[in-house]
Design a protein around this ligand. Structure first.
Ligand code: GDP
Ligand code: CA
Length: 334
């Protein structure tokens, strides 16, 4: 049986996974999910990327929106707002709340996130093994200009560029500010001391193929790779590692990934993202047909590259992307 490991963020990862599962229904697919987006709201632990994967593969996702539940209502949020309790900028619906209540209850009872995720998936039956990247707390923070900071002049930061700046939680940057201001740095706080969740390194070691779906290279895949041991395990696994570009025609497909790419000094092009992962990690890279002219540059960087349609417009189109990724993996394996 074919064993595939996929490092996934939210929407891009989840939609790709649906196509992959459709393309190879008999494969054993292990998903290592990003937990750097996790946030505590109203005393509840919310794991947006794990839930997006779980709901998408389990048939409960709000299709058009790409996150949250279908047929959702917002009575709890409205009642909280009536008490003046926010934040109001994060959309938690009534159905979704139940997931976070169950998760928080289990965590309070001492279960690690990986066990909680397995329990939640018992309901949703996503058809993949969904693992958080770590059971430890990792929180992605984004360094932005602080509009409230007094102009303190140069040098007060000792030259590290932090004067007049502040770090905000990734969700505050992404959802509240809609990435409207520049990100100076993206820091997965806690990642350096985090350990891969049980099963992650084992799945990578047993994998026939590792896939980076068209997830955000910085705050989704990049955060997973920041957990010590995961990058090394993938590079050492000795199996094809192939990725699909989330960047088409020098822009993210619906989204703001360009803001966090700029923060890490990477151009918003399919070729630059491939180079960012690097030939030490990535063996193959799919770019969209719109970026066919960059195939040569990627190959010159030591990464096998093909141009194929990469818009996940429906399940069959997405399944074909998955087949192309697996075909590229076989090509580099040969
Ligand atoms: P998030 O956690 O919900 O932001 O989701 P991910 O990190 O998994 O994926 C976000 C990325 O998906 C964005 O950077 C988009 O560029 C990319 N994306 C979304 N739809 C498509 C698509 O149809 N094709 C491709 N190639 N990328 C897509
Ligand atoms: Ca995310």
């Amino acid at each position: 049986m074919q064993r595939i490991v996929v490092l996934a963020g939210g929407i891009g990862g989840a939609r790709f996974l649906r196509g992959l599962r459709f393309a190879v229904p008999d494969a054993e697919i292990t998903v290592v999910g990003n937990t750097g987006d996790d946030i505590h709201l109203f005393g509840l632990k919310v794991c947006p990327d794990l839930d997006t994967v779980m709901y998408t593969l389990g048939g409960g996702i709000h299709e058009e929106q790409g996150w949250g539940r279908a047929d959702e209502t917002f009575a709890v949020k409205e009642e909280l707002a009536a008490y003046g309790v926010g934040p109001e900028w994060f959309g938690l619906g009534d159905r979704d709340f139940a997931t976070h209540i169950v998760r928080t209850q289990m965590i309070s009872a001492g279960y690690p996130l990986s066990a909680v995720t397995e329990a939640l998936c018992a309901r949703w039956q996503p058809g993949v093994k969904l693992l958080p990247m770590t059971d430890d707390r990792v929180e992605t923070h984004v360094l932005i200009d602080d509009p409230d900071a007094a102009d303190s002049g140069r040098g007060e930061d000792g030259g590290d560029g932090t004067a007049g700046r502040k770090a905000v939680h990734f969700q505050e940057y992404w959802v509240r500010l809609r990435a409207s201001v520049d990100a100076h740095a993206v820091v997965p706080v806690g990642a350096d001391a985090a350990r891969p969740a049980p099963g992650v390194l084992e799945a990578v070691a047993a994998a026939d193929t590792v896939i980076f779906p068209p997830s955000n290279p910085v705050v989704s895949v990049g955060t997973i790779l920041a957990v010590p041991g995961i990058r090394e395990a993938i590079a050492d696994a000795g199996v094809p590692v192939v990725g699909l570009s989330p960047i088409i025609g020098n822009a993210p497909v619906h989204g703001m990934a360009d803001k966090v790419l700029a923060a890490v000094g990477v151009e918003t092009t399919a070729a630059a993202v491939a180079a960012h992962y690097g030939s030490g990690l990535l063996d193959g890279w799919l770019v969209d047909t719109a970026d066919a002219d960059t195939v040569g540059a990627v190959e010159d960087a030591g990464i096998r590259c093909r141009a194929v349609p990469l818009l996940m417009s429906d399940e069959e189109t997405t399944a074909e992307m998955a087949r192309q990724a697996l075909a590229l993996a076989e090509e580099v394996r040969a």
